[in-house]
Design a protein. Sequence first.
Length: 144
Amino acid sequence: MKIIDTQYGIEITKPHNKAMYEHNDKVAEDMKANILNAWKDELAIVKEYHNVNALVEEWDEDLLKEHAPNLVGLQRGVCYSGYGSGYTIDDVNEEFIKELDMMANWQLHQEYGYLVSQDLVSKVKFPMLGHGTEETYHTEESIN
Protein backbone atom coordinates (compact mmCIF):
# COMPACT_ATOMS: atom_id res chain seq x y z
CA MET A 1 0.00 0.00 0.00
CA LYS A 2 1.40 3.36 -1.00
CA ILE A 3 0.81 6.21 1.48
CA ILE A 4 0.09 9.43 -0.40
CA ASP A 5 -1.07 11.91 2.24
CA THR A 6 -2.91 12.30 5.53
CA GLN A 7 -6.30 14.05 5.73
CA TYR A 8 -8.53 14.34 8.80
CA GLY A 9 -6.11 12.04 10.61
CA ILE A 10 -6.58 9.31 8.00
CA GLU A 11 -3.72 8.01 5.87
CA ILE A 12 -4.59 8.34 2.18
CA THR A 13 -3.33 5.24 0.42
CA LYS A 14 -3.53 3.51 -2.93
CA PRO A 15 -5.42 1.27 -2.88
CA HIS A 16 -7.95 2.61 -0.35
CA ASN A 17 -7.55 1.41 3.21
CA LYS A 18 -10.23 0.48 5.75
CA ALA A 19 -10.24 3.91 7.42
CA MET A 20 -10.76 5.62 4.04
CA TYR A 21 -13.67 3.31 3.22
CA GLU A 22 -15.26 3.96 6.61
CA HIS A 23 -14.87 7.74 6.20
CA ASN A 24 -16.28 7.66 2.67
CA ASP A 25 -19.23 5.52 3.78
CA LYS A 26 -20.12 8.14 6.41
CA VAL A 27 -19.86 10.95 3.86
CA ALA A 28 -21.99 8.89 1.45
CA GLU A 29 -24.68 8.48 4.13
CA ASP A 30 -24.87 12.27 4.51
CA MET A 31 -24.96 12.79 0.75
CA LYS A 32 -27.71 10.21 0.26
CA ALA A 33 -29.75 11.68 3.12
CA ASN A 34 -29.47 15.17 1.60
CA ILE A 35 -30.47 13.91 -1.84
CA LEU A 36 -33.41 11.89 -0.51
CA ASN A 37 -34.67 14.80 1.61
CA ALA A 38 -34.46 17.17 -1.36
CA TRP A 39 -36.29 14.60 -3.52
CA LYS A 40 -39.07 14.13 -0.96
CA ASP A 41 -39.46 17.90 -0.58
CA GLU A 42 -39.79 18.37 -4.34
CA LEU A 43 -42.18 15.44 -4.67
CA ALA A 44 -44.35 16.91 -1.90
CA ILE A 45 -44.47 20.24 -3.76
CA VAL A 46 -45.64 18.47 -6.91
CA LYS A 47 -48.28 16.50 -5.03
CA GLU A 48 -49.58 19.33 -2.84
CA TYR A 49 -49.32 22.48 -4.91
CA HIS A 50 -50.01 21.00 -8.31
CA ASN A 51 -52.70 18.56 -7.13
CA VAL A 52 -50.95 15.56 -8.64
CA ASN A 53 -51.71 11.91 -7.85
CA ALA A 54 -48.22 10.42 -8.18
CA LEU A 55 -49.56 6.88 -8.49
CA VAL A 56 -51.25 7.53 -11.80
CA GLU A 57 -49.87 10.82 -13.10
CA GLU A 58 -47.48 10.30 -16.00
CA TRP A 59 -43.88 11.43 -15.66
CA ASP A 60 -44.00 14.29 -18.15
CA GLU A 61 -40.49 15.72 -18.08
CA ASP A 62 -41.38 18.88 -20.02
CA LEU A 63 -44.25 19.70 -17.67
CA LEU A 64 -42.19 18.79 -14.60
CA LYS A 65 -39.31 21.00 -15.77
CA GLU A 66 -41.77 23.88 -15.73
CA HIS A 67 -43.39 23.14 -12.37
CA ALA A 68 -40.73 21.17 -10.52
CA PRO A 69 -37.35 21.60 -12.23
CA ASN A 70 -35.48 20.46 -9.13
CA LEU A 71 -37.30 17.12 -9.22
CA VAL A 72 -36.08 16.51 -12.77
CA GLY A 73 -32.55 17.66 -11.87
CA LEU A 74 -32.35 15.28 -8.93
CA GLN A 75 -33.70 12.40 -11.00
CA ARG A 76 -31.07 12.99 -13.67
CA GLY A 77 -28.31 13.18 -11.05
CA VAL A 78 -29.17 9.80 -9.58
CA CYS A 79 -30.81 7.58 -12.18
CA TYR A 80 -28.98 5.93 -15.03
CA SER A 81 -31.61 7.04 -17.56
CA GLY A 82 -34.45 9.46 -18.10
CA TYR A 83 -38.11 8.55 -18.12
CA GLY A 84 -40.89 9.29 -20.52
CA SER A 85 -44.27 8.09 -21.60
CA GLY A 86 -45.49 5.00 -19.79
CA TYR A 87 -43.92 5.82 -16.42
CA THR A 88 -45.85 7.37 -13.56
CA ILE A 89 -44.29 9.72 -11.05
CA ASP A 90 -44.60 6.90 -8.53
CA ASP A 91 -42.69 4.53 -10.86
CA VAL A 92 -39.87 7.06 -11.12
CA ASN A 93 -39.96 7.63 -7.36
CA GLU A 94 -39.49 3.90 -6.69
CA GLU A 95 -36.65 3.66 -9.21
CA PHE A 96 -35.03 6.83 -7.83
CA ILE A 97 -34.98 5.43 -4.29
CA LYS A 98 -33.49 2.12 -5.48
CA GLU A 99 -30.84 3.84 -7.59
CA LEU A 100 -29.89 6.21 -4.77
CA ASP A 101 -29.57 3.32 -2.34
CA MET A 102 -27.29 1.46 -4.77
CA MET A 103 -25.08 4.42 -5.77
CA ALA A 104 -21.41 3.67 -5.28
CA ASN A 105 -19.25 6.14 -3.37
CA TRP A 106 -17.22 7.08 -6.47
CA GLN A 107 -20.48 7.83 -8.29
CA LEU A 108 -21.73 10.01 -5.43
CA HIS A 109 -18.39 11.81 -5.42
CA GLN A 110 -18.82 12.62 -9.11
CA GLU A 111 -22.50 13.60 -9.06
CA TYR A 112 -22.82 15.41 -5.74
CA GLY A 113 -20.72 18.41 -6.73
CA TYR A 114 -22.95 19.00 -9.74
CA LEU A 115 -26.10 18.73 -7.62
CA VAL A 116 -24.64 21.28 -5.19
CA SER A 117 -23.68 23.62 -8.06
CA GLN A 118 -27.31 23.51 -9.25
CA ASP A 119 -28.57 24.34 -5.71
CA LEU A 120 -30.39 21.02 -5.55
CA VAL A 121 -28.71 19.82 -2.34
CA SER A 122 -26.66 21.37 0.43
CA LYS A 123 -22.95 20.83 0.92
CA VAL A 124 -21.68 18.12 3.23
CA LYS A 125 -19.03 18.84 5.85
CA PHE A 126 -16.24 16.60 4.52
CA PRO A 127 -15.17 15.33 1.10
CA MET A 128 -14.67 11.72 0.21
CA LEU A 129 -11.06 10.61 0.38
CA GLY A 130 -9.02 9.07 -2.40
CA HIS A 131 -11.22 10.16 -5.30
CA GLY A 132 -9.44 13.41 -6.10
CA THR A 133 -10.44 16.84 -4.90
CA GLU A 134 -14.01 18.01 -5.33
CA GLU A 135 -14.16 21.43 -3.73
CA THR A 136 -17.74 22.16 -4.71
CA TYR A 137 -19.57 19.75 -2.43
CA HIS A 138 -18.12 20.18 1.05
CA THR A 139 -17.81 23.01 3.53
CA GLU A 140 -14.50 22.15 5.18
CA GLU A 141 -12.03 24.91 4.25
CA SER A 142 -8.84 22.95 4.66
CA ILE A 143 -8.37 19.41 3.43
CA ASN A 144 -5.07 18.86 5.23
